[in-house]
Design a binder for this molecule. Structure first.
Ligand code: SIN
Length: 298
């Protein structure tokens, strides 16, 4: 069937991702082997022990792999919290999350889900986009996972941007959107606490289209859970435009899905991806630990 758009339903391939696949297929590394897990993003890396001190040339290759594949996966990395932090610190300063519970090591966020604490990370987002300087990337390690379920999905928001019509690209070119913690992390706070946190973390205004400073490629930078509205636009128009952009992030052709094992580790670029954790494993246990690396102002 030829590619068609009918009543906003898209049939057929997203042809522009073929170029991405060719570019990613052509990448070669001295220090490790890679297997591409989907045509536009996500690669599994083999031959690296992340508990060891990583040489500058290995780190350089990992950084290239991170920004090109957008999310990189490792298996069997039984690292300690300190080793996890040391790994992430190679890529930048670590953030302290003001709302999420920490694990045993400073800066490590622990997502410990079970029958009583349910998984709520199942909507598309880019980590801490409500900060003035949001995250460069996140490093997530699985400590305990259900036998089945609890996979994580990532979407390539560079491919999403590339796939927009010229008209849509022109429409959003110079628009900014407001990102806010209030409708997520703010929900569990008292009015007083929310007011206090609001002073520390005022709404952040970011361009809808940001350029990844490392690849110089453009990415869509609005997400369903932290973006509240488009600056200076009528609220209905803003909600409709955002909804149409979010629907593009949900297109399966732009995504990769990862099945966790204990000691699997995922490292993603928050500037060029969004992610969600599928919340289908309740009431089983799923324990993950995340470090988030501070990035630049979009
Ligand atoms: C997150 O949203 O950073 C958590 C993802 C996951 O638990 O898979």
């Amino acid at each position: 069937m030829a590619t068609q758009r009918s009543n906003s339903i898209h049939y057929g391939p997203r042809r522009h991702i073929a170029i991405q696949r060719e570019r990613l297929d052509a990448l070669h590394f001295e220090h490790f082997e890679t297997t591409l897990l989907s045509p536009c993003l996500g690669a599994e890396i083999r031959g690296v022990n992340l508990s060891q001190t990583l040489s500058p040339s290995l780190l350089q290759e990992l950084r290239t792999a991170l920004v090109e594949f957008k999310v990189i996966f490792f298996r069997d990395q039984a690292i300690s919290g300190e080793e996890h932090a040391a790994l992430a610190r190679n890529f930048g300063e670590l953030e302290e999350h003001p709302f999420l519970p920490s694990g045993d090591t400073p800066n490590v966020i622990r997502f410990a889900k079970d029958e009583t604490v349910v998984g709520v990370e199942n909507n598309w987002h880019s980590d801490v986009s409500w900060r003035q300087e949001p995250s460069l990337g996140s490093v997530l390690r699985a400590r305990e996972v259900p036998a089945v379920g609890g996979d994580t999905l990532w979407a390539d928001v560079e491919a999403v941007y590339e796939g927009l019509s010229d008209k849509r690209k022109a429409q959003i070119e110079d628009l900014n959107a407001v990102h806010d913690f209030v409708s997520t992390f703010g929900l569990g706070l008292s009015d007083e606490e929310r007011e206090q946190k609001r002073k520390e973390f005022p709404p952040a205004i970011h361009p809808i289209v940001r350029t990844n400073p490392e690849t110089k490629r453009r990415c869509l930078y609005v997400n369903r859970i932290f973006t509240s509205h488009i600056e200076g636009m009528d609220s209905t128009e803003s909600a409709e435009l955002l909804e149409s952009l979010y629907r593009e992030v949900e297109v399966a052709e732009y995504q990769v899905r990862f099945k966790w094992e204990a000691d699997s580790l995922a490292f993603w670029d928050n500037r060029s991806t969004q992610h969600l954790a599928i919340s289908d494993y309740w009431p089983q246990k799923r324990v993950m630990e995340r470090l988030t690396i501070i990035g630049d102002r979009p």
